[in-house]
Design a protein around this ligand. Structure first.
Ligand code: NVA
Length: 310
């Protein structure tokens, strides 16, 4: 059974297939009904959400299914009941489980015991649904993904930094992480991205100096400096990441036709200047919309694989 727990769960060819399906679904949003029945998709949230809940719910409805929201705090997953037991229970009610939680290891346990495909709706380590939406968005603005330089500024050690390395390398992109020492993605994620890049032509580098990193970038990306679960470190993080803020001056160091990306929620004046986020080269609202189309595609793709016994 196939799951989507991290970006490299899709091979380069599979990622391209899912992105193509997402574009097809966007052009005809009501014409694909693999969840007709309706089949249920369980969406489980242990952390705050807006885009993920809204885009999964709308997307599942468009696919003909029923989006069932499970409040992780009420369920007490891992406390009131083990992850394995929750997986067995939800797997008897739903055709797919999408889970937003803390530990990647818990998500892996869910996948091991659910008997249905499991989708990572964000963990501390990866945010692969966001990356599918981001790659889809870039494809709408640039002729092709392979060969583009995408630079992520700020907290390189968060889920978005890791996911950019894996998904970007899978797409054959040159991914730069511009972050202070101590806030770079783990070595194993760099190693995995470089291994993928050997097949795709993609590269993965850490460029500590933000101006140097911005030069020649086609895509300028940032994310909050204080990811969910890191709230207690907010003051220290605001100081250490300040030189990595995507200001208008830093953005202008990138290519003249660069696009600005942010998975949102954004904090204007902190990790990104309002003039960049709200400027004409920003594609953040497209990214938010494309969550729906990209997730529809991955759900349909996983269900087709499960139906084929793969
Ligand atoms: N790195 C952020 C992403 C939010 C969509 C977080 O984990 O809070």
């Amino acid at each position: 059974m196939r799951h989507f727990l991290r970006d490299d769960d899709l091979t380069p060819a599979e990622q391209a297939e899912v992105l193509e399906l997402a574009a097809t679904m966007k052009s005809a949003p009501f014409e694909h009904r693999p969840l007709e029945g309706p089949q249920t998709v369980a969406m489980v949230f242990d952390k705050p959400t807006l885009r993920t809940q809204a885009s999964f719910a709308a997307g599942v409805a468009e696919l003909g299914g029923f989006p069932m929201v499970v409040d992780g705090r009420l369920a007490g997953i891992g406390e009131r009941e083990s992850v394995a037991d929750v997986a067995r229970i939800l797997g008897r009610q739903a055709s797919v489980i999408a889970w937003r939680t803390f530990a990647q290891a818990d998500l892996e346990q869910m996948a091991e015991h659910s008997g249905v495909p499991v989708v990572n709706a964000l963990t501390d380590d990866f945010h692969p649904c966001q990356l599918l939406a981001d790659l889809m968005t870039i494809r709408e603005h640039k002729p092709e993904l392979a060969g583009l330089t995408a630079t992520f500024f700020g907290d390189g050690a968060c889920n978005m930094g890791n996911s950019w390395l894996l998904a970007g390398a899978t797409a054959g992109m040159h991914v730069r992480i511009s972050a202070p020492e101590g806030y770079t993605p783990p070595q194993e994620v760099f190693d995995r991205a470089r291994e993928i890049g050997e097949q795709t032509g993609g590269t993965a580098t850490w460029v500590e100096d933000p101006r140097e990193a911005a030069e020649g970038s086609d895509v300028v990306i940032t994310d909050t400096w204080v990811s969910m679960g890191k709230e207690e470190e907010a003051a220290a993080r605001t100081e250490v990441f300040a030189p990595y803020a995507v200001t208008q001056a830093l953005f202008e160091t990138a290519k003249p036709d660069a696009i600005a990306m942010h998975c949102l929620p954004a904090y204007r004046g902190k990790e990104i200047a309002a003039e960049v986020l709200d400027g004409i080269q920003s594609v953040v609202w497209d990214e938010a919309e494309n969550r729906r189309h990209a997730q529809k595609a991955v759900l349909a793709w996983l269900l087709a694989k499960a139906g084929a016994g793969e």
